[in-house]
Write a protein that binds this ligand. Structure first.
Ligand code: GFB
Length: 333
């Protein structure tokens, strides 16, 4: 190789390579008791990471600015996974828009600013597929962000998540931080919320079918028309993708995380009915909102980086049901 070319290659390699976290790195998982945070902690334990920092809500309220700054100054984590958020299904989003906006904005502002001030090496921010416009072309590419109006049922949550990813972008531009943002599709798995009033569709339907089977009820009611499409990702796959991106991606652009396939809510209900072994009838309550008609993510960017999901919907549902049985989830009111 001629000398000029050799020098160019040597100079370029450090900026193209992403430094992976070592197993002793101090990693803060914000929101470790939730669906996503607990999956991240499971992942780190399985993979032999030895220095995971967590704080429960009672010990650190991430909405409290001075407490968050004090925590970061004391602990000085090297890496941060920002999985803490106020989340909920379609009804919770529509009922508590102020809480969804306030809590999520406060958490993002405090954690992202404290991470910058304490010199965190790299942060991964978890957004959501609901940041994209309600009626955008499918599958949804990352650059469809802010091209038209949002879905009304979860507008407050979406605005907060858009603010979070824009904060990461802005801090990178102004302060040279390395804060990346990922947009997961609809998630499910262990440690989900199974309360019918606030849950997402999968935990809600698992509970409804299991309880109807036990009680011998002839019908299970599914909200909406059954026509909307949703894409579902098992949360352990999400955790795997997040760690993969932390170790392999340094770009400023957001990255979608999904499976690349979706199904209708009616199809999902049939799959869950079969997995639970319920023999009754499914009825649809069209007085309840459908929400976004479809939000299938384009996952070309993620797949081209070298990541693919491993858990099918059926297998993920079985794992979730097994976790519910072990933890007596459906024995609790
Ligand atoms: O999972 P889900 O609440 O959230 O609802 P979104 C998905 C679809 O399932 C909607 C239908 O069309 C619901 O009408 N559905 C049917 C049910 N039966 C039920 C039920 O018993 N419970 C629930 N919850 N839904 C969320 C946003 O939207 O997506 C969040 O609200 C977040 O902000 C998340 O972004 C990823 O998919 O409609």
């Amino acid at each position: 190789m001629e000398l000029k070319k050799k020098i160019w290659v040597v100079l370029m390699i450090p900026t193209m390579m992403v430094a992976a976290m070592n197993k002793e790195a101090k990693i803060y998982v914000a929101g470790h008791n939730g669906l996503v945070g607990s999956a991240l902690v499971r992942h780190f334990e399985r993979e032999g990471y030895t220095n995971i920092v967590t704080r429960s809500f009672t010990d650190l309220d991430l909405r409290n600015q001075s407490d968050v700054h004090q925590f970061f100054q004391q602990e000085r984590p090297e890496y941060v996974f920002l999985a803490a958020a106020k989340v909920g299904g379609i009804l919770a989003n529509a009922t508590y828009p102020a809480s969804f906006l306030y809590d999520n904005l406060a958490i993002e502002l405090n954690v992202i600013h404290a991470a910058y001030r304490s010199g965190v090496k790299k942060l991964l921010f978890l957004g959501s597929s609901c940041i994209y416009p309600r009626n955008c072309p499918q599958p949804i590419k990352e650059d469809y962000l802010l091209t038209s109006e949002l879905e009304k049922t979860n507008e407050a949550y979406a605005i907060a998540k858009i603010a979070g990813l824009k904060l990461c972008e802005a801090y990178n531009r102004q302060y040279g931080t390395r804060f990346i943002s990922v947009m997961p599709t609809n998630l499910y798995g262990p440690h989900d919320n199974f309360d019918l009033q606030v849950s997402h569709v999968i935990p809600a339907l698992l509970r409804k079918f299991v309880e109807a089977k036990r009680a011998g009820n002839p019908e299970v009611t599914v909200w909406g028309t059954g026509a909307p499409y949703r894409e579902f990702l098992y949360v352990d796959d999400l955790a795997d993708a997040c760690v993969f991106l932390m170790n392999n991606y340094d770009g400023d652009e957001i990255v979608n995380i999904g499976t690349g396939t979706d199904c209708t809510i009616a199809e999902l209900a049939s799959v869950i009915k079969k997995e639970v072994g319920y023999k009754g009838t499914i009825v649809f309550d069209a007085s309840k909102p459908d929400g976004t008609p479809r939000k299938l993510l384009n996952v070309e960017k993620l797949f081209s980086l070298g990541w693919q999901p491993a858990v099918s919907l059926e297998s993920g549902l079985q794992k979730t049901m097994a976790w519910c049985t072990t933890n007596a989830v459906f024995e609790q009111e």
